[in-house]
Write a protein that binds this ligand. Structure first.
Ligand code: PHE
Ligand code: ZN
Length: 858
């Protein structure tokens, strides 16, 4: 990636170890909202002679005093620049020394929520990736690891930091973290909090105290998070042999948080939406997310904390692996088939989209300006897919041996992708030089498969000929072939499986595989389990797809066959061609099949999203027309509903769940099928069922489904008002209320709906969740955001400009709404470009947003 080598670009190739060794960090915080004092003592030793000591430290960190071994250095040897503090080599002893600083910061002024800030009267920190430098002067880089001893002085009742508690008295708490860690894993929390508590006994018999800390009044919504934590701890012992390593594990929920959650050592801090859940306020999807993210952050204790990253280019070392682990966990807790399909859907809608546009980058980028812009679907989700491929190539045993070796060899290290691949090579004897391209190259490979069938007396021969090609991405015009594991099965004409799944290893640009002695020509089930993150194209008629949807034994491939049928109908219709019949028939047979898992049937019944259709068209070189796509999808949904009306209404009644709400996979599956059916029926019944369901449902899953279905039909105003009256004081429910309106609005009105909501007093836009709800709600409405009059672009640009000076991370992240702008027609492109240029022209634009916008208009 060399497209925007601005002055502040960081390059992987420039890595140098830090010239000092830091062994121990001691800190004392005097927590005051407007003027917090931070005293820090660093035990440092020079690695080599004659080096200046450069510490990171944001502009707003005010240096009050500095000493070396107790003495103030000559001021001529101390240089303060905007972002650093340098102590000249001449002022440093040639042996280990103690550097002490005293600084003042103002948490109350911190609206960017990076470093130490205040949320609802509670002090908390966010240090990944480079937030610690806003707290004090420090070598703020992940390969500098130290033990931490932290003293917190405050009148607030609950005072938390990393590690184990070592002293607690009135107005003071002391914490010691014995595990050396980089500054990005530091955290503190001080507030008026209450805990839901439990404990976990590790397999070697150590008892760990567990707490989920929330604001008073929220305790009854924290139980599910605690259950999820206990399951995660057990699972990591059972599956990866990894035990927890401190006496306590604390989780804190905060309302103002830029991301989902953060794995600080022993003190995970969570966006409250990923902790708090009750049936009345959270949906099944929220419950599943909470379980997965609690697990994700917990799993980081080994993959991220015990073994961290050498530098931020290696981010996917911890994130890809930890996502892979949380996906495995969810598959074990719920349905593996459903989880795989959900993950593929998410990958396609977010990562393939990213790969297709100007923001495409490899899982391990080699250049960035602002690291916060690289917490992406490519680093996380594609990073996880790459590990899935590795596991497929080396087998379950090989994977287990490699992981054991990884933990053995690198415990306590700040490691690299090279280290990671080396453990696989050493544990399995495989050469992974070519495989490494998955980490260094951007873009989604296009894989094509052609079949050739030759009859012969001894049995027929089937040849599968594959070719691969990866389109150009920024800075990478040409790419070499990758190793692609292609899982294939063969199905006989009667629907029986002829050959079980085998993994073909493709390494060349084109390559063939033959199967001989076949009795009759089989149907090929290809890319089973989505064995590689590629776009597969093959000539297949709709009848064969329908056959696979009926007979494939691989649940992903079976779902995929239905997906392809739907997409072929939708892409044809959105280009004005007639289509749809095969899909409508096949889906009718599937929903009538009472033996199929309801969750699976729901996944098949949910039509591909408009964004996905646009991505599909565009990857085939066709300019997507958002209005035509919307119309085609609506028409197909209506056709399904009309054709299968009786079947659907029976199913709606049959899938009702009795008894008290339970968030488990089997009840959630029935609700998801029922809600998918409801969305279809609402197109016919004028909203009757949805209105009834909204009125009687005690749980948010059904109420949101009913409300969404109504809003999509231009109804639902009474339901919106009811929800607001009931939940005006519940931030998380009100976020849903703000999000669903622009998302489900008829496209022509979406921007106007969003604009009028943005004028409400309760649009507390400095809260990241609220901002994301409204601005992200509009961009989730494909035809609404891309309205031909540019209203979606203008509204979004207005708010990005307003947010940027307040919270640059959020502005930059939400700017990705524009990342696909180049694929639309000239009229839309001109309007999107004008919006992007207006952002680019803003005075004082943050480095975060500047990098994003300039990559998008490059
Ligand atoms: N490391 C966090 C996670 O993936 C994400 C995060 C990044 C949170 C940066 C805050 C800031 O679990
Ligand atoms: Zn993570």
């Amino acid at each position: 990636m060399t497209q925007t080598p601005g002055q502040t670009a960081h390059n992987l190739a420039d890595y140098r170890p830090y010239p000092f060794v830091l062994t121990a960090t001691r800190m004392t915080f005097d927590l005051q909202p407007k003027a917090t004092r931070v005293r820090t003592a660093l035990s440092l030793a020079p690695r080599e002679a004659g080096m200046d000591l450069v510490l990171d430290g944001g502009k707003e960190v005010e240096l009050l005093s500095l000493t070396i071994d107790g003495k103030a250095p000559d001021p001529a040897h101390v240089l303060r620049r905007d972002e650093t503090l340098t102590i000249a080599a001449a002022a440093l002893p040639p042996h280990p020394f103690l550097l002490e600083t005293d600084v003042r910061i103002d948490p109350s002024a911190n609206t960017a929520f990076e470093g130490l800030y205040i949320s609802n009267g509670m002090f908390c920190t966010q240090c990944e990736a480079e937030g610690f430098r806003h707290i004090t002067f420090y070598p703020d880089r992940p390969d500098v690891m130290a033990t931490f001893h932290v003293t917190l002085d405050s009148d607030l009742p609950v005072l938390l930091s990393n590690g184990n508690p070592v002293g607690q008295s009135q107005g003071r708490a002391e914490w010691h973290d014995p595990w050396p860690k980089p500054a990005y894993l530091f955290a503190l929390v001080a507030g008026d909090l209450v805990a839901v508590s439990d404990s976990f006994t590790t397999r070697s018999g150590r008892r760990v105290a567990l707490n989920v800390w929330v604001r008073p009044g929220d305790q009854d919504r924290a139980g599910f998070a605690m259950e999820s934590l206990i399951k995660s701890m057990k699972w990591d012992e059972d599956v990866y042999g990894r035990e927890y390593d401190l006496d306590v594990f604390n989780i804190v929920a905060v309302d103002d948080f830029n991301m989902g959650a953060m794995e600080n050592k022993g003190l995970n801090i969570f966006n409250s939406k990923l902790v708090l859940a009750s049936p009345e306020t959270a949906t099944d999807t929220d419950y599943e997310r909470i379980e997965a993210v609690i697990a994700h952050e917990y799993f980081h204790n080994w993959t991220g904390n015990r073994i961290t990253c050498r530098d931020w280019f290696q981010l996917c070392l911890k994130e890809g692996l930890t996502v892979f682990r949380d996906q495995q966990f969810t598959s074990d807790m719920r349905s593996a088939a459903v989880k795989r399909i959900e993950d593929v859907q998410a990958l396609r809608s977010r990562q393939f989209r990213e790969d297709q546009g100007p923001l495409a980058h490899p899982p391990r980028p080699d250049q960035y300006e602002e690291i916060n812009n690289f917490y992406t679907a490519t680093v996380y989700e594609k990073g996880a897919e790459v590990i899935g491929m590795l596991k497929r190539l080396v087998g379950d045993d090989g994977y287990r041996r490699a992981l054991d070796l990884y933990f053995d060899r690198h415990d306590g290290d700040a490691a690299t992708i090279e280290d990671w691949l080396k453990v696989f090579e050493d544990a399995t004897g495989r050469d992974l030089a070519q495989f490494k391209r998955w980490y260094t190259d951007a873009g989604t490979p296009r894989l094509t498969m052609a079949e050739d069938w030759q009859e012969a007396e001894a049995g027929g021969t089937l040849t599968l000929a594959f070719t691969q090609e990866t389109p150009p991405t920024p800075g990478q015009p040409e790419k070499l072939p990758r190793v692609i594991p292609i899982a294939v099965g063969l199905i006989g004409p009667n629907g029986d499986e002829l050959a079980p799944t085998q993994v073909l290893e493709m390494t060349g640009a084109s390559q063939s595989f033959t199967f001989d002695r076949l009795g009759a020509r089989p149907v090929v089930s290809a890319l089973r389990g989505f064995s590689a993150p590629v776009m597969l194209s093959r000539q297949l008629d709709d009848a064969t797809r329908a056959f696979l949807l009926a007979h494939d034994t691989d649940p992903f491939a079976r779902w995929e066959a239905g997906r392809e049928l739907a997409l072929s109908a939708l892409t044809a219709a959105s280009q004005g061609k007639a289509a749809g019949g095969d899909y409508v028939d096949a889906i009718g047979r599937l929903i009538a099949d009472g033996t199929a898992d309801p969750a699976f049937r729901a996944l098949c019944l949910n039509l591909p999203g408009e964004e996905e259709i646009a991505t599909r068209l565009s990857s085939g070189g066709i300019t997507p027309d958002p209005d035509a796509i919307h119309a085609a999808r609506e028409a197909l949904a209506r056709q399904i509903a009309e054709t299968h009306l009786d079947l659907l209404s029976d199913l709606y009644d049959a899938m009702a769940v009795d008894g008290p709400y339970r968030p488990d996979a089997s009840d959630a599956a029935r609700r998801s099928l029922r809600n998918a059916v409801l969305a279809l029926l609402t197109r016919i019944d004028g909203g009757e069922r949805a209105e009834i369901l909204f009125g009687i449902a005690g749980n948010m899953t059904e109420r949101m489904a009913a409300l969404t279905a109504l809003l999509r039909r231009g109804r639902g105003q009474a339901e919106l008002a009811a929800l607001r009256d009931q939940f005006a004081d519940n931030r998380l429910v009100m976020d849903k209320w703000f999000a669903v309106q622009p998302m489900a609005a008829p496209p022509a009105q979406a921007a106007q709906v969003a604009r009028s909501l943005s004028q409400r007093k309760d649009f507390d836009w400095k809260n990241p969740n609220r901002f994301r709800a409204l601005i992200g709600g509009l961009s989730a409405n494909h035809a609404g955001f891309h309205a031909a009059d540019g209203s979606g672009y203008d509204f979004t640009a207005d708010w990005l400009l307003r947010m940027d000076p307040v919270n640059p991370q959020i502005a930059a992240r939400m700017s990705t709404a524009f990342e696909t702008w180049t694929r639309y027609d000239a009229g839309r492109r001109a309007k999107a470009l004008a919006a992007l240029e207006r952002i680019a022209a803003a005075e004082g634009l943050s480095k975060n947003t500047r990098e994003m916008v300039s990559r998008m208009i490059a």
